[in-house]
Design a protein around this ligand. Structure first.
Ligand code: 6CS
Ligand code: FE
Length: 297
């Protein structure tokens, strides 16, 4: 891989005014064979997300829930950096790198249903860029403000191009009322460049409540006026596939019903991380894998 700094085709948080730029990368990189039909691929290409209902059986969900509860219990008193707590409290909000630290979720990260869908969309071999469990517990699970994952992964991790996707495995029923993901369909076709500059060690704050690298209200309003908001709902066992650059967020959960989801982010091996475009030090590897060859899938 060239050590020359890559051209920054998606400048953000460079001290300029916010702007809405055109996407300069495909969404679906090819039409090689895989588990997704042409209709599903076209739907994903256009909207930037795809809800794959009943992908995991009730037995598989039950097993993953047991593994999740084990991780939840281990994390409650843990000072590990992978354990992120809710803003203003100490409840566990997320646990990162579960595909590395936990054998059960390592197996999930290598499930052929997910892998082959990622390979099909990204038209290449893939590796895990990031994994996490977002617990969003009942009554106390806080919001995730609007953002594009790619904006952060580009600026803070050095992900050069939009050739990555997230698989969110739903371990609870996701309803509009218990903090299900909101997405702006079609928003992945635009890159919302953010103002400001990235604070040092920003992730120590952003993973609790993100304030930099979030879209300005004018850009967000423009996207919603033109493309609306969707909030997919489905029973546990569904998987939401979404493009790295789709604008999304989720509300706080004040219901008694938890919204526990596991996220696996697959990046193309053709899109290895460069030095962060912010110019800051790279984020820790539990947030962004920097050596694809070390993550054998
Ligand atoms: O900074 C990140 O990598 C994380 N932040 C958010 C809000 N979504 C993606 C990812 O988990
Ligand atoms: Fe996100």
């Amino acid at each position: 891989m060239s050590l020359l700094a890559k051209e920054d085709v998606y400048p953000s948080r460079v001290g300029d005014q916010p702007a809405i730029l055109e996407r300069r990368d495909p969404t679906v990189y090819g039409h090689q064979a895989g588990p997704l039909s042409t209709v599903q691929l076209n739907d994903y290409q256009d909207n930037g997300f795809l809800l794959w209902e009943n992908l995991f059986s009730a037995a598989e969900v039950a097993k993953m829930r047991d593994d999740l509860v084990r991780i939840w219990r281990q994390s409650e008193d843990s000072a590990a950096p992978e354990v992120i707590r809710e803003p203003g409290g100490d409840q566990v909000r997320s646990v990162f790198a579960v595909h590395e630290t936990d054998a059960a979720f390592n197996r999930v990260s290598r499930d052929p249903r997910l892998l082959n869908a990622a390979r099909q969309i990204l038209n290449s071999e893939v590796y895990v860029h990031q994994s996490r469990i977002n617990f969003k517990p009942g009554f106390t699970g806080q919001e995730f403000y609007w953002h594009s994952d790619f904006e952060t992964w580009h600026v803070e991790d050095g992900m050069p191009r939009m050739r990555a996707l997230s698989c969110s495995i739903w371990l609870d029923d996701n309803f509009a009322f218990n903090g299900s993901l909101m997405v702006i369909p079609h928003s992945h076709h635009y890159f919302v460049a953010c103002g400001g500059r990235t604070p040092k060690e920003h992730y120590k704050q952003s993973l609790r409540r993100q304030e930099y690298g979030v879209p300005d209200r004018g850009s967000l309003s423009w996207l919603v006026e033109h493309h609306g908001i969707r909030m997919p709902e489905a029973k546990a066992g569904a998987v939401l596939l979404f493009d790295c650059n789709i604008m999304h967020g989720s509300n706080s959960n004040i219901t008694p019903l938890g919204r526990r989801n596991v996220f696996l982010v697959y990046n193309s091996v053709e899109n290895p991380l460069a030095p962060p475009f912010s110019g800051e030090a790279p984020r820790p590897s539990f947030l962004a894998h920097r050596n694809p060859e070390t993550v054998v899938l």
